[in-house]
Design a protein around this ligand. Structure first.
Ligand code: NAD
Length: 368
């Protein structure tokens, strides 16, 4: 029997409650597919600060690096909020582990569960059946290029007064584009086989290089995948206007940051959105939402984003595409039957169909 080692990082707030449901579902999948999962828990975020003084203790990194994949819940909370830059912050744990694991790709699937179509601000006929994934480059571009402020530039302010100037550098290297393009084409092969590559090639040189490199990787290695170029401004419109046309959307760091938040809003349900951060080694899977301190410990958090993150782990780290699809089918069935956690219920949901975190996990397991 194949055994996969999984590092579990529950973190803070609702983290421990929802990750337990992710593990429950993984174990059910393991039993069905004759695979076993071996879990090692480690500390990250606020709980790690409390226990060790650091949001990312060295032992956590060791466990993560020795695992086949990392399943994370969420970090942070008011207890550790501080404006004192000398104090450790939970988010440093997240940024630190992404850097240490060399995670250069962020994958955010946007999938409409038809039972929840009413939660979106878009019309049901526009979003019915939407199933896309944004593949965002995470370590290059404008957010990591050289930046500088020049103070007191003569004549640069209003009325010829002294002013200031600021510069951010948008830089990409060929290898960075090649590797993200491969991640996108690989993802497309496990899905519907279509990639939209998003750029601003009518203006930016980085985009022109992006386009050239993406096409070269496509023609040489992934000619079986459909490749479509789209300008970023048009993409922003198309995502709202006709989101069903997209399967895999690949783009650079800043465009991806903006488009992935836009795409996430198509669903209207934060508790349903999973994400994956991939590199060339161990990958990390987590819900898109935070630690929801306002509902922590109440047993009412929605575990579905966490469970879908576990599904992404099966698909992308272990190649268990059918098992991942099983999880999505089970969740679809539970929602179609009318079961809801508090965050996704609406005025038509009967009180006896509103369930807590553990019951939602149990329902998904039983439908698996
Ligand atoms: P949040 O995502 O934690 O919560 C926003 C709202 O959504 C809250 O009302 C919350 O109750 C609700 N919500 C979120 N997830 C839910 C779920 N699974 N089920 C039901 N309701 C859910 O965002 P926030 O309130 O801005 O941040 C809270 C803390 O989380 C902060 O400390 C922040 O820094 C941290 N945070 C962490 C991550 C991460 O770990 N990746 C991401 C975002 C925010």
């Amino acid at each position: 029997m194949t055994t996969y080692k999984i590092c579990l990082l529950a973190g803070d707030g609702i983290g421990p409650e929802i990750i337990a449901e992710g593990v429950k579902v993984l174990d059910a999948v393991g039993a069905k597919y004759q695979v076993s999962f071996e879990y090692t828990e480690a500390l990250i975020g606020g709980c790690a600060i409390d226990a060790t003084g650091s949001p990312l203790p060295p032992q956590t990194l060791e466990v993560a690096k020795a695992s086949d994949a990392v399943l994370l819940a969420a970090v942070g909370g008011p207890k550790w909020d501080t404006t004192d830059s000398t104090k450790p912050r939970p988010e440093q744990g997240l940024l630190g582990i992404r850097k240490e694991l060399g995670l250069y790709t962020n994958l955010r699937p946007v999938q409409i569960f038809n039972a929840l179509a009413g939660a979106s601000t878009l019309k049901p006929e526009v979003i019915d059946g939407v199933d896309l994934v944004i593949v965002r480059e995470l370590t290059g571009g404008l957010y990591f290029g050289a930046r500088q402020r020049f103070y007191d530039e003569p004549g640069a302010g209003t009325n010829g007064a002294k002013g200031q100037r600021a510069v951010d550098t948008l830089e990409y290297r060929e290898y960075e584009v090649e590797r993200i393009a491969r991640q996108a084409f690989e993802a497309a092969r496990t899905r519907r086989g279509r990639v939209h590559s998003i750029d601003k090639a009518n203006v930016l040189d980085t985009s022109r290089m992006w386009r050239e490199v993406v096409h070269r990787v496509h023609d040489q290695e992934y000619a079986d995948v459909e490749l479509i170029d789209m300008l970023v401004d048009n993409t922003a419109m198309q995502l709202i206007n006709a989101p069903k046309q997209f399967d895999v959307v690949v783009t650079e760091n800043m465009f991806g940051d903006i488009l992935s938040d836009e795409a996430a809003q198509i669903t209207g349900s934060l508790g349903m959105l999973a994400s994956a951060s991939l590199g060339d080694g161990v990958s990390l899977y987590e819900p898109s939402h935070g630690s929801a301190p306002d509902i922590a410990g109440k047993g009412i958090a929605n575990p579905i984003a966490q469970i879908l993150s576990a599904g992404m782990m099966l698909q992308y780290s272990f190649g268990m595409t059918e098992a991942a699809a099983d999880i999505t089918r089970a969740i679809t069935q539970v929602l179609d039957e009318g079961w809801r956690t508090g965050d996704i219920k609406d005025s038509t949901t009967p009180a006896d169909k509103v369930v807590g975190t553990v019951q939602m996990g149990d329902l998904v397991v039983s439908r698996l």
